[in-house]
Design a protein around this ligand. Structure first.
Ligand code: FE2
Length: 257
């Protein structure tokens, strides 16, 4: 049996959220999707509120993953403990609220989803994501394992892909908001993509008004980040998994405008 997973790149701001709400269900139908993971850490620009988490869930996400902006909106902190469908990076230190991984029972299959944060150019005092993943894989069995590795460096993400090859069903990267063209199945059967891209305004710098980003690089004061209106994209990937092997057979990149 085939089990089809859809992973959606960082949803940025109200524009991105509205675009997700408009398109996610029809893409799920079109691509016969069984399970959907959405990165939601930029729903507020930086962070997400409980209301935004509920909107992403209602739009069709089975799981919402986060990253460096997990606590950008502090009202999410208590909500993380109450909402089992939201994951923050598992390698945050032990004092962080919420959970970093979970096994979801879908009747005929179990799906383990893990969220990790990288350590290159991201200073979060995080534990080693590689050894954290080893420990998680030992804890509980599941038919499929999915990993959203929220990281800056392509090298760190690729190294993780090879490290986990054959041990997880699929791994993808988030955080850079720029999709990479290296979707593939690794030699031992793990589906992989270095970065999914983002969901939000096309005419933007990573989802933010270009003028504000330019002002930052000129050394000025950009003001509070705003997401531009206008046409949007929803970027991500579909991983076709095999329930006999628990591994991946094909990866397809998506860019829904
Ligand atoms: Fe991020």
């Amino acid at each position: 049996m085939e089990f089809r997973v859809l992973a959606i790149g960082d949803v940025v701001g109200e524009t991105g959220l509205a675009h997700l709400e408009r398109h996610l269900r029809s893409v799920q139908k079109l691509k016969s999707i069984d399970f959907t993971v959405v990165n939601g850490e930029n729903a507020s620009g930086v962070g997400l509120t409980p209301e935004q988490a509920e909107r992403i869930y209602d739009a069709g996400a089975d799981v919402i993953t986060l990253g460096n902006h997990t606590f950008g909106r502090m009202q999410i902190a208590d909500f993380l403990d109450d909402a089992p469908y939201i994951l923050r990076p598992a390698n945050f230190t032990g004092r962080a609220p919420g959970r970093g991984w979970a096994v979801y029972d879908r009747g005929n299959v179990t799906v383990r989803v893990v969220n990790l944060i990288g350590r290159c150019d991201l200073n979060f005092n995080a534990e080693n994501p590689f050894t954290t993943m080893d420990r998680i894989l030992e804890r509980q069995q599941a038919d499929f394992t999915l990993l959203d590795f929220h990281a800056e460096a392509t090298s760190e993400k690729l190294a993780m892909g090879y490290y986990l090859d054959g041990r997880v069903s699929a791994m993808w990267g988030t955080h850079t908001h720029v999709p990479t063209a290296d979707e593939r199945v690794f030699p031992k059967g793990t589906g992989y993509l270095t970065d999914l891209g983002m969901t939000g305004a096309i005419e933007s710098v990573l989802g933010i008004r270009p003028e504000q980003s330019i002002e930052t690089f000129l050394g000025g004061l950009p003001g509070r980040y705003q997401t531009p209106k206008g046409p949007c994209k929803m970027q991500g990937a579909v991983f076709a998994l095999n329930s006999d092997t628990g591994l991946c057979e094909a990866v397809e990149r998506l860019d829904i405008r």
